[in-house]
Design a protein around this ligand. Sequence first.
Ligand SMILES: Nc1ncnc2c1ncn2[C@@H]1O[C@H](COP(=O)(O)OP(=O)(O)OP(=O)(O)O)[C@@H](O)[C@H]1O
Ligand SMILES: [Mg+2]
Length: 343
Amino acid sequence: MPAPAFLLPSHPLDPRRIDPQFVREARLLRDLGGEHHLVDHDALLAGDARAAVDRVPAGRGPFWYRGWMLPSDRYAAFAAALAERGGHLLTSPPGYASAHELPGWYGVFEGATPQSVWLPLAGAGSGSGDRSGGGDGGGDGAGIAPPGPERLAAAVAGLGGRGPAIVKDYVKSRKDEWGEACFVPELADLPAVARVVARFVELQGAYLAGGVVLRRFEEFTRVVWDAADAPSGGSGRDRDQDSGLPDDGRGGRRRTVESRVWWLDGEPVLVGPHPDLPGCPSAPDLSGVRPPVRTLGCRFVTTDLAERADGSGWRVVEVGDGQVSELPRGIDPSRLLIALLAA
Ligand SMILES: Nc1ncnc2c1ncn2[C@@H]1O[C@H](COP(=O)(O)OP(=O)(O)OP(=O)(O)O)[C@@H](O)[C@H]1O
Ligand SMILES: [Mg+2]
C-alpha cells in the first residue's frame, strides 16, 4: 500500500493556498517526503462535500485528514465524497464519531475519566466545526431548548446528586465562561445547575454538539498561566483545593495542567502539553490509558491527561480524534508525522 497522503484545509480566501494554521505541518510533511492535498473546510461545513474535495486527485489515498474539527455527519459526507473519487480516509466515520464525541468513548474509558452523564438535545448538531474549534458562540439563531428540570434532576441524580461538576457538550466546553457556563459549584443546587446549563446552551447556540454533558468535577493539579503563556509566580505549580475558579487575582489564570498524548495504533507516538499551556512540562503515567485506547480501536486518537491534585494518579480529561486535535505551539510534530506516513 502506498504511504498515506494528507488532506489539509485550504485558506478560507484562496483555495490554492494552505490555511495559515496548517502551513507548518505542510512544510514538515514536504520535508519528510509526504504528499498533501487541500480541502475546503467551509464547503465541508456547508454540506457541499463534493465541492470541498474537488482539488483532491482521483484514485489517490489512503488519506489522513489534519484539519479543523468537523461535526460527525460532515465527516461522514467528506468520506463519502472521497470514496466517489476512489479515495478513503484511514479513520472511518464511525471511528471518528467514537473518538470525537464523549458518548462514543466514555464507556471504554469509564473509571479512568470523571464520571459523566449526558442529555441529547433535539436540534443539536453532531459536533463543533468552526475554525476556532469552539467559537464565540453560535449566536441566537439556533433556538435549542435546554433540558427541562425533570431531565436535569435525573441527570444530577445519576452523578450522585451532590458535589461540584462541569458542563460541556459532546465535544467542547465553554471554559472561558467558567463561572457562567461551565462550572457548577454544587449539583444539589438544582436551580443553579439549570442556570449554568441554560447559559451554556444559549452561548453554544448553533455550535452545540449532540447535547449537554455533566461531569463530576475532580481536583487536578493547576498552574497559574498568564496572558503571555508563561508560568507566573515562580514555579507556578499549585496543589490547593479551591473550587476551580481560574482567576488568580493577579491577571493570571489558573488552568489545569494537561498533557496531550497522540496515539497511533495503540502506541503513544508524541507526548506534549495541551495547546492552552504550550511549553508547560508534564510527564504523564500512561499505564492506565493504554488499555482503553486499544479497546477503543481507533487508529489515531489523542488523550488529554491531568494529574490528581493529591498526586494519586492520572485521569483522562477527554479523548479526541487525532486528525482534528490541535498541536501546541513549540512542539516538533515530526515524530508523529513520520509515524502517520508509515501507518
Ligand atoms: N471533570 C473535570 N474535573 C475538573 N476539571 C475539568 C473536568 N473536566 C474538564 N475540566 C477542565 O475544564 C476545562 C475544559 O475541559 P474540556 O477539556 O473537557 O473542554 P474543552 O472545551 O473540550 O477543551 P479543549 O478542547 O480546549 O481541550 C479544562 O481546563 C479541563 O481541565
Ligand atoms: Mg480539553
